[in-house]
Design a protein around this ligand. Sequence first.
Ligand SMILES: Cc1cc2nc3c(=O)[nH]c(=O)nc-3n(C[C@H](O)[C@H](O)[C@H](O)COP(=O)(O)OP(=O)(O)OC[C@H]3O[C@@H](n4cnc5c(N)ncnc54)[C@H](O)[C@@H]3O)c2cc1C
Length: 463
Amino acid sequence: MVPNVENTAVLKSALRGDLILPRDDYYNEARKIWNGMFDKKPGVIVRCKNTSDVAKAVNFARENNLLVAVKGGGHNSAGTASCNDGMMIDLSLMQNVEIDPDNNTAKVEGGCLLGAVDKATQEHGLAVSSGIISHTGVGGLTLDGGMGWISRKHGFSVDNLISAEVVLANGEIVHASKDENPDLFWAIRGGGGNFGIVTNFEFKCADIGTEVYSGPIVKRFEDAKEYIRFHREFVKTMPDEMTVWMVIRHAPPLPFLSEETHGKLVVLVPFVFLGDAEKGKELMQPVRDFGETLGDGSAMHTWVGWQSAFDGLVDHGARNYWKSHHIKALSDECIDVVIDYASKMPSAECEVFIPHMEGAPGRIGANETAFSFRSTPFVLNIHTRWREQSDDETCMKWARGFFNETKAFSQGVYVNFISDEGENRTKEAYTPKVWDRLVKVKNTWDSGNLFRVNQNIKPDNFS
Ligand SMILES: Cc1cc2nc3c(=O)[nH]c(=O)nc-3n(C[C@H](O)[C@H](O)[C@H](O)COP(=O)(O)OP(=O)(O)OC[C@H]3O[C@@H](n4cnc5c(N)ncnc54)[C@H](O)[C@@H]3O)c2cc1C
């Protein structure tokens, strides 16, 4: 349904923020989202300034029977921050962060990007456990889980959520916490934007100081098979303070790599240690000593600097098709498939990204939040990224083949890493018990499925 322009004028006059129509100059800029694969054209964009604007936009959309998409940071690789014809509720003007240093908590508005949260919390040496790229949105990342460099020690973003302010499908503004609307609070910690629009998040912060011993150590792709076999055992010996991931990609022009390494296929081993540099160095020595090391960027880095160190590798606008699953164990057979596909990457910007999980998230009870598969040891992220539309088919075919051939080693998926893959795939992100409970909560809070431009959990009576 396309909105009636006269009606939108009434809404516009009631807002503190902006209302943008296709005829407006800023429209094409405002409708952009991170993944260049999507060129959706909403009938109206409401850029909200506060919670009351969000409630007004929701009421307008519901009363006018408009499809609703919610844009936090706009990064969802399935393009769910936007829609055709309906209303995009854009939270990007809602970027306020308030820190309570006495209680180590942060109040974060629903449209914040991770970088804004890092900058504000770091003024007090604090951090919210979240993702690794500073231009990602807190909204989408948190509501589905939120994992990054300190989650092995401090849990996922959802594990640090204390409360949330939520605008419901009926326009009502409610709070959710362990004591207030606990079923809603359970569901928004893993069930995404299915239940309402979160205008404020309250997080517990971790006291990590302002610098972390971190860096990538770079290994030869030619040794990848042996290295990954070593890596899968090595990471299991690490304390929760140490997080060691693995990325197979073409080497960026990092200053500590020789020029002839730039652009070559390598295995990057990025890590973060929450502790002193000497101990971190000692813990990482086996990685340096394994086979040949092409470069070592280990050092004390500011947290803010480290959290934005990889931003440029995944900037806005490129075409992306990401596939992912949790890997039960990096078996030799699985490693063989990984090496085979990695050696045939269809573009210089593709990555095979293998975070090691385990640690604190696995010690949180399966019923406490809606995040399933907490004990997965590894995630296999197939990040397919390219520039030209003419390469779509080749690149997507590679990703699908890689995904299908590793499916036998997988168990579930992190919902934030699902592409545009349909309803059944969303279900695979949850255990059957959690899925059934999510549907029940959806029946209560959004029985008309107003919030459905997402990895959708359909209410029972919605076809
Ligand atoms: C470059 C890049 C790096 C990433 N790194 C990580 C990482 O380190 N860790 C990790 O866990 N994930 C990571 N992700 C995945 C990321 O968490 C998801 O893409 C997430 O959906 C992004 O949230 P967003 O707000 O930016 O996206 P959007 O596309 O704006 O939103 C995603 C979904 O959430 C909904 N939504 C957003 N904000 C709200 C809100 N306030 N209230 C209700 N619903 C809302 C939207 O409607 C949409 O359906 C990364 C993604 C990208 C593209």
